[in-house]
Design a binder for this molecule. Structure first.
Ligand code: HXC
Length: 261
């Protein structure tokens, strides 16, 4: 892919920012946009110099207002299932990225947009953000993982209410039910996310990568297996120079100089 039309990919030192940028359609996810996101995640997969990612929506109003309804309208059952499958590939790619991804939710995060935020590691919302899974209003169910990730994040009861009523909730309610980590004024959203990304990027890159992998793999296991998995990944850290540097720096009462090796 040589040209990105609907997505912007920017790098600033160890931080990457991905902006879904179709503001006229409130950044709705069509086939092309999902492909462009996958392309960006492919770049990140190989970008060892990047240690944290911020994902946001272009324009003033929306993070992502959902999968593109105009695109989906004419799909038959097979094509719709394929489209959902592509969405799942994108969401899973986020979870498997070596870098933590912070969703900077700057407005509507509905349907596929809410699902996109759920695949991210951390969600920070602006005060004007709105969340919901309004698919039932369209005669469909969520298809990018909302029926699965939402109950895992906020619990089955609260998730069921959002999924069955299609209600749209504001940022304060999203914070109350644990759907977002923080709510900040709109004009502080990107600075807050970048600050958190920078803080993450200042840690040992190998530790961050293994930590994300262990969280995302372990939550799908029973506790005994997950703890064993954690022990193996903990051991992996000791094969790195960063572990030696981190512990030595502590004992020498100085800041660690992590090299990601
Ligand atoms: C396509 C969309 C869109 C979407 C908004 N637009 N959301 N286009 N798909 N999901 C377009 C509108 O058609 C309009 O285009 C422009 O963006 C601005 O939107 P308005 O509706 O005029 O804005 P506003 O009145 O402020 O209302 C904002 C809104 C509303 C409340 C967010 O747009 C809305 O309800 N959107 C749909 C939300 C939704 O149902 N999402 C779930 C989709 S299903 P024009 O050309 O008229 O200016 C889904 C399934 C995922 O996500 C799984 C798939 C497998």
């Amino acid at each position: 892919m040589t040209e990105l039309k609907n997505v912007r990919f920017e790098k600033d030192g160890a931080i990457a920012q991905i902006t879904i940028d179709r503001p006229k359609a409130l950044n709705a996810l069509n086939y092309e946009t999902l492909q462009e996101l996958l392309y960006c995640f492919g770049l990140l997969e190989k970008a060892r110099e990047i240690t944290a990612v911020v994902l946001t929506g272009g324009g003033e109003k929306a993070f992502v207002a959902g999968a593109d309804i105009a695109y989906m309208q004419e799909l038959d059952a097979m094509a719709a299932a394929d489209f959902a499958g592509l969405g799942h590939t994108v969401m899973t790619a986020i979870e498997k990225l070596p870098q933590p991804v912070i969703a900077a939710v700057n407005g509507f995060a509905l349907g596929g947009g809410c699902e996109l935020s759920l695949a991210c590691d951390i969600r920070i919302a602006s005060e004007n953000a709105k969340f919901g899974q309004p698919e039932v209003n369209l005669g469909v169910i969520p298809g990018f993982g909302g029926t699965q990730r939402l109950p895992r994040l906020i619990g089955k009861g609260l998730a069921s209410e959002l999924l069955y009523t299609g209600d749209i909730i504001d940022a304060a309610e999203a914070l109350r039910i644990g759907l977002v980590n923080r709510v900040v004024p709109a004009d502080q959203l990107m600075a807050t996310c970048r600050e958190m990304a920078k803080k993450i990027a200042s840690k040992g890159p190998i530790a961050i990568r293994l930590c994300k992998k262990t969280v995302n793999t372990g939550v799908e296991m029973d506790l005994d297996r997950a703890n064993s998995y954690e022990a193996i990944q903990f051991g992996q850290c000791f094969a790195s120079k960063d572990q030696k540097e981190g512990m030595q720096a502590f004992l020498e009462k100085r800041a660690a100089d992590f090299q990601g090796k």
